[in-house]
Design a protein around this ligand. Structure first.
Ligand code: AIR
Length: 402
């Protein structure tokens, strides 16, 4: 149990309020409990993952302003667990000082276009892109610089690949343009990367930056399947990624935890996406680090100096448990029972009421003691196989995780 720091106990009843009640909110609540800090959440239903563990629940859609007001009235600081927020509306009801990160720093990150513009403004490396309207109006000459396949990505709310579409030919493109004439999409060049890596870190109220080891992430159907920490990169790549992280958080005067997903390979290091919150690729830190990404966010939000980050083990493997098709032969309880028998398994179950196909239902983390990347990778592969025999990926016809 950590200490609860310098929270003013005479003021509002809850030091921290969270807008949203999904698994990220759940793990924030769990981290707050470790420090004896009370949390109030605003979420739609009492079935939502964080609702069972929070100290108080405001039953309202996270986007409902009346609920936001009530959260602000009850909580010293309000934090976010997803980026589906209406900044303008929040600005009308709360001062900047209530929110962590502050609303101005969140502003450029909550939708794809403003995020892309922000990345371009800082001259940071990322795939070439255009708003769909500009793409449609490209001169013949300029269009030739774009090669199929290309990626269409929705402007807002495209988490877990839900707003991504690969377009492989001129015909598919024409169909797509005919279907989606709104400005809600951007077009991005296709990147042939070797692997995806991610960096999660935090910036505290004094501007001190702390980072977790860079991880390798594996996505299938645009949904993260597993995360291996640390990734095999090089000193130069790590430093470049850290510099990118610092440039982003310093420019925004961002306070809190933030994640960056990168493409990596012959293309170099390119920013794929920035998440202004805790992130799936940082879940390994709950067991593998002295202070998890959730603990960092809780500390920063409640005025506690966050611990410097160290690994507790040589490495870690995190595997997402993604919802399988209806009537899958093995019942959930049996899958969990079998998984818990794997040596070293740390299972996190989110308690979602419905197992929808592909939905993040839970995750499982293994600490890795091998002292070099090759051995850790081999161990990770054998663990993936063990998990996969019990709980396969819903997206792979051969039911493999790799
Ligand atoms: N989340 C937020 N941004 C991206 C993700 N994956 C987390 C949040 C949110 C939950 O996913 O915790 O509340 C939503 O999950 P679902 O399964 O209800 O769609």
């Amino acid at each position: 149990m950590f200490t609860s720091g310098n929270i003013n106990k005479d003021s509002k009843p809850y030091p921290i309020g969270i807008i949203g009640g999904g698994q990220l909110a759940l793990m924030l609540v769990e981290a707050a409990k470790e420090r004896n800090i009370k949390v109030c959440i605003q979420t739609k239903s009492s079935d939502d993952p964080a609702a069972l563990k929070a100290d108080k629940v405001i039953h309202a859609d996270p986007l409902q302003i009346r609920g936001n007001k009530s959260l602000l009235k009850n909580c010293e600081k309000v934090i976010f667990e997803n980026e589906w927020v209406k900044i303008e509306k929040l600005k009308q009801i709360g001062s900047e000082v209530f929110f962590i990160p502050n609303l101005d720093s969140l502003y450029p990150l909550v939708d794809r276009i403003s995020q892309k513009r922000f990345i371009d403004k800082l001259n940071l490396p990322s795939p070439k892109w255009l708003p769909i309207k500009d793409f449609e109006n490209l001169a013949e000459e300029d269009l030739k610089t774009w090669k199929f396949p290309i990626m269409a990505k929705s402007f807002k709310g495209g988490y877990d690949g839900k707003g991504n579409k690969k377009i492989s030919s001129k015909e598919e493109l024409d169909n797509f343009l005919n279907m989606n004439m709104s400005e809600e999409w951007i077009i991005e060049e296709w990147i042939d990367y070797e692997k995806e890596i991610a960096l999660i870190g935090s910036r505290d109220n004094d501007g001190v930056i702390r980072v977790f080891p860079i991880v390798e992430t594996f996505q299938l159907n645009n949904i993260c399947h597993w995360v291996l920490s640390p990734a095999q990169t090089s000193y130069e790549v790590d430093i470049f990624a850290y510099n990118i992280f610092s440039s982003i958080v310093n420019d925004l005067n961002y306070v809190g935890v933030l994640g960056i997903e990168f493409f990596f390979g012959k293309c170099g290091l390119l920013i794929n996406e920035i998440a202004p919150r805790t992130h799936n690729s940082g879940h390994f830190s709950i067991e593998a680090c002295n202070s998890s990404q959730f603990d960092q966010q809780i500390c920063i939000s409640s005025g506690i100096k966050p611990p410097d980050i160290n690994m507790n083990s040589e490495g870690a493997l995190m595997i997402n448990l993604l919802g399988l098709k209806k009537n899958y032969s093995l019942k959930i309880e049996d899958r969990i029972e079998k998984l818990s028998n794997i040596n070293g398994a740390n299972i996190h179950w989110y308690g979602k009421s419905k197992e929808n196909f592909g939905r993040k239902m839970g995750h499982i983390t293994f600490l890795l003691d091998e002292n070099n990347h090759k051995k850790r990778s081999e161990k990770a592969d054998s663990l993936k196989k063990e998990v996969n025999d019990i709980w396969p990926s819903p997206y792979d016809s051969k039911n493999r995780l790799i």
